[in-house]
Design a protein around this ligand. Sequence first.
Ligand code: AMP
Ligand code: MG
Length: 542
Amino acid sequence: MNIKMNPPNQNNGLEALHFDNRFTQELPADPEPENYRREVTGALYSQLEPTKVSQPTLIAYSREMAETLGLTPENCTSEIFLNTFSGNQLLPDMNPYATCYGGHQFGNWAGQLGDGRAINLGEVLKKKERWALQLKGAGPTPYSRSADGLAVLRSSIREFLCSEAMFHLGVPTTRALSLITTGEMVLRDMFYDGHPKKEPGAIVCRVAPSFTRFGHFQILSARGETTLLKQFMDYTLRTDFPHLGKPSKESYLAWFREVSRLTTTMVVHWMRVGFVHGVMNTDNMSILGLTIDYGPYGWLENYDPNWTPNTTDAQGRRYRFSHQAQIAQWNLLQLAYAIYPLIEEKEKLEGILNDFSEDYESQWQNMMAQKLGLGQFETETDKTLIAELLSILQVTETDMTLFYRNLANLDVKGKTSNDITNDSLIAPLLEAYYTPQNLTDAHKAQIGNWIRQYLVRLKNKGLTNETRRKKMNAVNPLYVFRNYLAQLAIEKAETGDHAMVNDLLDVLRKPYDMQTGKESYAEKRPDWARTRAGCSMLSCSS
Ligand code: AMP
Ligand code: MG
């Protein structure tokens, strides 16, 4: 008989993961050991184990995220990796738990929500960085309410790929290490129309320095658990914001200002790349300003500031593209209410909240100036130039991504003359129009005049075409995770073909670089995708 020993202090290949579980070591746990649905008070988290699954299969992993954690490709394709990140096996020193948070959903206080289907495995230290590992879809928790704690393949593909796409775009985001199917089927009524269907189940391992949400503070405050609120605030300062110093009213205010700034920056990035989060509830807002909880999000194809991908929000359009900054500020107001008992200085909190608008405006203007290759924003000229740009982007369906990429190809030399026809000015941009035949002479005149003004501005700037193109292409992506591409990858994966998921993962690694042979991933939405579910509209069912 061949006997193998598994010494308890080894984890068979994933030793690179050094756990240091501060959250569970320093914060109070729910004393109830059983895993049933309930209100959990006086605690930040409940301990529990992921539900075992029958047939885990690795669909994809992020090699960059793995590398950051010190894991090699061999590690990621090993059996222990599969067992660990499907929730079938715990590594020594893991200490799994689900956290308690609340939140405002669509503007209304919803009470306790919590990690209903996310189970944290522990925190890993690597090169002085802290990474919390979390399985999404690994079974019910005390916070699951009436739901099953599971996730389906389509929403897991969307979360996995979009997290990594956002990272490579330079947008602050939670990350994804792995995408694993479980072998179980999960019942979902995707259109909420009484026709539930069984779908393949999946688990994504998400990774972030911390998964703390506005809602973690809100639930403690709403319950009047002020001592615990202070304990959690001090913990957050120590772990996620150590540079802000010791706990005091001043450092709490400095913290709030920083959360506000990080949130501003995140939203400005969303506006830059054309991302609509879709469910900006306060439980989906990270205190680190990371994009979190990829649900019914979407990417602007034709530039439409009123667009929301979320069918649940189709009426009010609360979370539409152009409203994201206002919602972020409203969410920050809710966070301010939550921490008010620790500060009790209304004017100072209000001051920070009111600075948000100005900070946002100035960051947004600079971002727009960069998208246009103008460098620093110049108030007098650029305000009008940008306002008119946003208007011409809407005269007929115009693909936002392709418009900016093609704009970088304009030739500044010579073309500033008023003799040049509108048609020849617009020619380099034509690819961006969904229905170029709908461009009337009046539209063409409007667009042509804008291009003339833009070229004058560029000429004054004095950059060569090449330098400007490089600068513009570094902030205007060519490859974004278009809604229809996600849907095509999902449909293939549901038949067992995972090639497109991995191909997209690869292309989206270099979103700003033209990649030979990958042109099809940069194409505008085909006509069939215009009204197809999953492409232009998504429900919260996931
Ligand atoms: P979301 O709208 O996805 O941000 O989710 C809001 C709340 O519902 C969070 O507390 C989630 O953990 C929870 N939730 C969503 N889907 C499920 C599910 N399938 N099982 C358990 N909890 C869920
Ligand atoms: Mg959520």
